[in-house]
Design a protein around this ligand. Structure first.
Ligand SMILES: NC(=O)c1ccc[n+]([C@@H]2O[C@H](COP(=O)([O-])OP(=O)(O)OC[C@H]3O[C@@H](n4cnc5c(N)ncnc54)[C@H](O)[C@@H]3O)[C@@H](O)[C@H]2O)c1
Length: 412
C-alpha cells in the first residue's frame, strides 16, 4: 500500500520503518529536516520484533522521505504522528503543581492545516497523536479541509519498544469518523498483524487511549502501596504478596505492572493522568481519581526519599532512566526522587550507564546511601564503596561485603 507518514519523531519514525519493512511503499515527512534521514536517533529502541533486529530493518529499509505535498500526493493512507506535548511541569519529574492543564494541540492543528493546504483530492488521514476526549471533533476537525477523511487511531506503544509493540499490538483501536478510512485502516493492519480491531466513536477511542495509560499508573501505585505496607509490617514480603495476587487472572486481569518498585514513568503515563485530572476538574467529576494516583506516586517517591534520608550519608542514584534498558529519562520517577532530595538541600550523585553510555567504577568514591532508581539488568551485581547503603526498591541487586543492602518491601 502507498503510505504517507507525517511526524517522524520517537513514535513516527520507528513505525514508518516497520511499515516499510512490511513491504509498504512509505514516504515520510517531518517539519524538522534533521528527522528525514536514517541517522541514529538519540534514544534507544529495544528493537527486537521477535525476528528482525532494528539494525537489519534499517539496512534494508525502503522508507523514503519527501516534501509534505509529495507525501500527501503519494499516499493512499496518510498517518499523522505529531507531538501533543504537555507543559514540562507536568512530566512527573518534579512535584505536582496545584493547577492542571490540557495537552498542547497546536502542533497537531498546524499539521492538519498544512496537510489541508496541499490536499487536492479526497485523502484518507489517520491521526495517531494522543489527545483527550473531545479534542479531534472540537479542535482538529474544524481546521481540516473537507477533502480529509479522518479516522483516529491511537497507539498503545511503550517508549523504547516501539517497533515490537507496533508489530505485535494487543489490539488496534479505530475511532471512526469516516467509515471508508476506517475500512482502509483495517485492511492495512491485516498486513501488519492479526490483532483484533476495535471500532468505536472518536471520543470513545480518545478516552480508551488515555484510560489505558492511566490504568497502568494506577496498578503501579497499588503495587507500591503493597510494597510500603510490607516494608513497614513484620513478616510480610511484597513479592510473595504480588505473586499470590498474580494468580488471580480471572478477576484481577493481567499480571503486568503488578510489581513493587519505583513509580510509573515515561512520556505518556504520568502526563496522561495529570491531563485527565485537568479534565476531571473541567467536567466536575465527583472524585478526581487521577489526581489521587499522581499524589500517591509523588508521596511514595517522597517516602523513598525519607528512607534515604534516614542514613546520614551523601545521597546517590544508581539508574535514572524511566525504565530498564532504555536511555529515555522523560517522566522518570528516579528524577522526581532526585528533585525531592534536592529540594531538601541534598546534592545527589547520579549514575546511569545506559543514559550516559559509559561505565563508571563506583567503588572508589566515598560511601553513599544509594537508591537503585532503574532496574537495568547490569545493576544485579554492584561493586560499591565500603560503608555504603543500597536501597533497592526492585529487590534484585546484590553488593559486595561492607555494603548494607535494604530490599524495600522484602521480608527481613
Ligand atoms: N513516543 C511514543 O512511544 C508514543 C506512544 C504512543 C503515543 N504517542 C503519541 O504520539 C504523538 C507523537 O509522539 P512522539 O513521541 O513521536 O513525539 P515527538 O516529539 O518525538 O515527534 C513528533 C514529530 O512530529 C514532527 N512535527 C511536528 N509538527 C509537524 C508538522 N506540522 N509536520 C510534520 N512533522 C511535524 C516533529 O518535528 C517531531 O519530529 C504524541 O501525541 C504522543 O503522545 C507516542
Amino acid at each position: 500500500m502507498k503510505i504517507g507518514f507525517v511526524g517522524l519523531g520517537k513514535l513516527g519514525y520507528p513505525c514508518a520503518l516497520a511499515m516499510a519493512a512490511k513491504a509498504h511503499d512509505v514516504l515520510g515527512y517531518d517539519v524538522n529536516p534533521g528527522n528525514m534521514n536514517h541517522a541514529p536517533r538519540p534514544y534507544n529502541e529495544a528493537c527486537e520484533d521477535g525476528v528482525t533486529p532494528m539494525s537489519t530493518m534499517l539496512k534494508s529499509s525502503t522508507l523514503r522521505f519527501g516534501s509534505l505535498a509529495a507525501v500527501v500526493e503519494h499516499s493512499e493512507l496518510l498517518f499523522v504522528a505529531v507531538q501533543t506535548p504537555h507543559d514540562p511541569r507536568y512530566e512527573g519529574v518534579t512535584r505536582l503543581p496545584a493547577e492542571r492543564v490540557d495537552f498542547d494541540y497546536s502542533f497537531l492543528v498546524d499539521a492538519i492545516k498544512q496537510i489541508s493546504a496541499v490536499t487536492k483530492a479526497p485523502k484518507k488521514v489517520i491521526i495517531i497523536s494522543t489527545v483527550l476526549p473531545g479534542t479531534i471533533r472540537n479542535h482538529v476537525l474544524p481546521h481540516a479541509s473537507e477533502l480529509l477523511r479522518i479516522c483516529y487511531n491511537p497507539y498503545f506503544i511503550a517508549m523504547g519498544t516501539t517497533i515490537r509493540d507496533f508489530l505485535h499490538p494487543e489490539f488496534i483501536l479505530l475511532g471512526v469518523h469516516d467509515p471508508d478510512t476506517a475500512r482502509a485502516a483495517r485492511a492495512f493492519y491485516a498486513t501488519i498483524c492479526d490483532a483484533p480491531v476495535y471500532c468505536t466513536g472518536i471520543e470513545n477511542a480518545e478516552l480508551i487511549k488515555v484510560a489505558y495509560n492511566t490504568y497502568i499508573g494506577m496498578k503501579i501505585v497499588f503495587a507500591n502501596t503493597l510494597m510500603e505496607i510490607c516494608h513497614k509490617m513484620p513478616n510480610t514480603d511484597v513479592d510473595a504478596v504480588t505473586s499470590g495476587l498474580k494468580l488471580a487472572t480471572r478477576r484481577l486481569i493481567s499480571t503486568a505492572y503488578m510489581e513493587g518498585g519505583m513509580g510509573d514513568g515515561g512520556g505518556c503515563h504520568p502526563r496522561d493522568n495529570i491531563a485527565l485530572s485537568w479534565l476531571a476538574r473541567q467536567i466536575g467529576l465527583s472524585y478526581d481519581w487521577f489526581d489521587s494516583v499522581m499524589v500517591a506516586r509523588e508521596r511514595q517517591t517522597e517516602w523513598l526519599a525519607d528512607l534515604m534520608c534516614s542514613y546520614d550519608l551523601p545521597k546517590g542514584l544508581i539508574g535514572y532512566a524511566f525504565k530498564a534498558g532504555t536511555n529515555i529519562c522523560v517522566g522518570s520517577p528516579a528524577l522526581l526522587l532526585a528533585h525531592i532530595l534536592e529540594q531538601r538541600g541534598h546534592r545527589v550523585f547520579r549514575y546511569d550507564p545506559v543514559v550516559e553510555q559509559a561505565e563508571q567504577d563506583l567503588s572508589q568514591m566515598p560511601p553513599h546511601v544509594f537508591l537503585v532508581g532503574t532496574n537495568h539488568p547490569q545493576f544485579a551485581r554492584l561493586n560499591l564503596p565500603n560503608g555504603s547503603v543500597v536501597i533497592d526498591p526492585w529487590r534484585f541487586v546484590s553488593a559486595n561485603q561492607g555494603v548494607h543492602l535494604v530490599r524495600v518491601g522484602a521480608a527481613a
